[in-house]
Design a protein around this ligand. Structure first.
Ligand SMILES: Cc1cn([C@H]2C[C@H](O)[C@@H](COP(=O)(O)OP(=O)(O)OP(=O)(O)O)O2)c(=O)[nH]c1=O
Length: 200
């Protein structure tokens, strides 16, 4: 079975490459990522992952590509029950980082695998505690631009790793794809990983 990654996130492609999972990238148009009124964060993240997989499936059909499993994923930062998505601009990035500074938040990542009428979902919830940093340091981080396209305005896999005091849960989930949960779904669906040679 072919695995299609319905994502524009280079991190998600890199995480699939890390476990040598063969896949093709679909680039569906974006979906409406507005949370519903009072929608619990986990429900929101699961819904987004599924919507992305559905948009990917429609794109696959438009492309006339063979059937397979379509993977959608979503990652959100959650601070005291509020969802922090991607920052709108540098000022928004700075205010997000100030709100996370010296405190503990959750990073929820969900995946959805869709094929025909079937959808399988899994998720990770990771607890991340930030060190306390001076505002000038946070502003310097924002100026690097690293967090501009990332939930919560930071990237743990880059310079942002230096803001983290502790983590409990799935590191890959924070980066965008919870490999522990995903690999279980891949085993269930017969999708391959560890394909270390081209004709393997
Ligand atoms: C917290 C955090 C998030 N992120 C990224 C993961 C996701 O790519 C992004 C959250 O936005 P998402 O909406 O989950 O994903 P995306 O828009 O980047 O990609 P697509 O919808 O096309 O799949 O933030 C990091 O790379 N590092 C981090 O430390």
């Amino acid at each position: 079975m072919i695995l299609y990654l319905a994502s524009g996130s280079p991190r998600r492609a890199e995480l699939l490459q890390q476990i040598a999972a063969p896949f093709s990238v679909l680039k569906p148009p974006g979906i409406d990522e507005t949370p519903l009124l009072a929608e619990p964060p986990l429900d929101y993240v699961l819904r987004m992952a599924k919507q992305k997989a559905l948009a990917g499936e429609r794109q696959r059909q438009r492309d006339g590509s063979p059937t397979g499993w379509v993977l959608g994923a979503d990652t959100s930062v959650v601070l005291e029950g509020s969802i922090l998505g991607k920052p709108r601009d540098p000022a928004h990035s700075l205010s997000m980082l100030k709100s996370l500074n010296g405190r503990t938040h959750q990073v929820i990542s969900a995946v959805a695998l869709l094929s025909g009428g079937q959808v399988r979902q899994a998720h990770s919830i990771t607890t991340v505690t930030f060190r306390f940093m001076e505002d000038a340091r946070l502003a310097a981080y924002v100026a690097t631009g690293e967090g501009a396209d990332k939930a919560g305005g930071y990237g743990i896999q880059g310079l942002g790793g230096a803001m983290v005091a502790s983590l409990s849960g799935s590191y890959s989930g924070v980066v965008g794809l919870p490999l522990e949960a995903l690999v279980s779904l891949m085993d269930e669906t017969g999708l391959e990983y560890w394909q270390t040679n081209e004709d393997g």
